[in-house]
Design a protein around this ligand. Structure first.
Ligand code: MN
Length: 232
């Protein structure tokens, strides 16, 4: 990554973090004419090349994510949930029906996902995070192996997650746009890292080679964000 790309990435990332409460990911209620806005991607579409290609990022962000965001806002209005944070809504997803579960999950999961991605080599796990991952899984290598296995094991569309619950780290998978915050999830916890394994996330470049996409993703993790999710 050249210096200019890094500076632009850093500046955008800082802007995104400061504006975080608009995106429903904190406990602060959102204030806007629509409840939830698209999180500004903290890097350019081509910033993750060659691991994730620009065409995939563009369609993923501009089409899929835009669709979830618009439909979530519609469902929020329809269910009288305007003003509530996304996390609060999703924690009670069983109360609100499929539109909130699917579109709200799609909104939340992608908003979360963009923030844990970064250009290759931009971040390395800190000693503190490495220690936590080693305590949880034996070693960083074991963590990557277990995460890869979970992501490969998702049948059809879904997500793999690193979560924390009562001080313990876990790797879990969720179908469709479910996530570990939802009361409908089999394994609940606080999301620290999530990987989208829907085909739309990788098919243009990797076709059916999901394992290669997972390996590529592990080059692109914003470990500072994962650490903030764990300890913040
Ligand atoms: Mn997706």
């Amino acid at each position: 990554m050249d210096k200019r790309t890094f500076l632009r990435t850093s500046a955008l990332a800082a802007g995104g973090i400061l504006a975080g409460s608009q995106y429903g990911l904190s406990s602060v209620g959102s204030v806007s004419e629509v409840d939830f806005r698209m999180y500004p991607l903290p890097f350019s579409f081509d910033a993750l090349e060659p691991y994730i290609d620009a065409a995939t990022m563009a369609v993923h962000y501009q089409k899929h994510y835009a669709g979830y965001t618009a439909k979530f806002n519609e469902a929020v209005a329809k269910n009288g949930l305007t003003g509530k944070p996304a996390e609060e809504i999703l924690r009670q997803s069983s109360k609100w029906g499929d539109a909130i579960r699917n579109q709200g999950g799609g909104y939340y999961n992608h908003t979360f996902f963009w923030q844990t991605l970064a250009p290759a080599g931009a971040y390395k796990p800190s000693e503190r995070l490495l220690t936590a991952l080693s305590n949880g899984f034996g070693s960083m290598e074991n963590f990557e192996e277990a995460f890869t296995k979970a992501a490969l094991g998702v049948f059809g569309s879904g997500w793999a997650w690193l979560t924390e619950e009562k001080g313990s780290l876990a790797i879990v998978a969720t179908p469709n746009q479910d996530n570990p915050l939802m009361d409908v999830a089999d394994h609940k916890g606080k999301p620290l890292l999530g990987l989208d394994v829907w085909e739309h996330a990788y098919y243009l470049k990797y076709q059916n080679r999901r394992a290669e996409y997972i390996k590529a993703f592990l080059q692109l993790v914003n470990w500072d964000k994962v650490e903030a999710n764990l300890f913040g």
